[in-house]
Ligand binder design. Structure first.
Ligand SMILES: Nc1ncnc2c1ncn2[C@@H]1O[C@H](COP(=O)(O)OP(=O)(O)OP(=O)(O)O)[C@@H](O)[C@H]1O
Length: 228
């Protein structure tokens, strides 16, 4: 039976600058179920990042409803949304935002430590995830000592360390070579298939869409099925 993790209902997003209003989302609807890997494609500027930021509780919609695990979250106070984000969500970006002064292990362990998990336990879990990414020999290296692809795999491990129910990936393979792209994408597939997370991926890489359960695009501010 399908179990919704994320529901977007009639999402409205607009940006104002002076008298001008740019309407980006005008009634976007989405139901993302446990274990589903869903792609979001479309031209630059169509609103993919805006949708991901709204779904990821990083920004608030001006209208509509956002449900996470069945709970209405759009109007919750900032502090509660931040806590939900830390506990239930994992983010992967094109540019990984690793902390340069910490090694790979501590970068991965950080979200757990922020959630109050003891350093020793958090580091153990980080080591398991780094090993899954084929990076066990790099755990003591700082980001500056790693290749771009290795850094991105560290960022994926960090996004997964708190067993997120929802993973949001914005162009996660944008600056990677084909082999690393496959590796990074394989880990997103595994999170959905083995861990049961719902995964939402915005990408310009159409080759990746063949691995997805569904592919959506934004048209006139609404989400529709992408038909190629
Ligand atoms: N903070 C902002 N203030 C004003 N306009 C914005 C802001 N953020 C985005 N926009 C505008 O909203 C539209 C949608 O932007 P968004 O970044 O969501 O598109 P996108 O589909 O993710 O693009 P890309 O594929 O290039 O990343 C664009 O026209 C953009 O210029």
């Amino acid at each position: 039976m399908s179990e919704p993790v994320l529901e977007l209902r009639g999402i409205v997003r607009e940006y104002r600058s002076g008298p001008n209003v740019l309407k980006v989302l005008e009634g976007a609807d989405l139901v993302l179920n446990k274990g589903e890997l869903v792609g979001l494609v479309g031209p630059s500027g169509s609103g993919k990042s805006t949708l991901l930021h709204t779904a990821g509780l990083l920004e608030r919609a001006e209208g509509g409803e956002v449900l996470l695990d069945g709970e209405s979250v759009l109007k919750l106070p900032d502090g509660v949304r931040t806590r939900l984000r830390r506990e239930k969500l994992g983010f992967v970006y094109q540019f990984h935002h690793l902390l340069p002064e910490f090694n790979a292990r501590d970068n991965v362990a950080m979200p757990l430590m922020v959630n109050g998990v003891k350093r020793r336990i958090a580091r153990q879990k980080a080591d398991v995830l780094l090993a899954e990414m084929g990076l066990e020999s790099r755990a003591d290296h700082q980001p500056g000592q790693l290749s771009g692809g290795e850094q991105q795999r560290v960022a994926i491990a960090r996004a997964l360390v708190n067993d997120p129910k929802l993973v949001i990936a914005d162009e996660p393979t944008g600056n990677l070579d084909p082999t690393t792209t496959d590796r990074v994408f394989a880990s997103l597939i595994r999170i959905a298939r083995s861990e049961g997370a719902a995964v939402l991926v915005a990408t310009h890489n159409m080759a990746l869409t063949r691995h997805m359960d569904r592919v959506l695009t934004l048209q006139d501010g609404k989400l529709t099925t992408f038909t190629g």
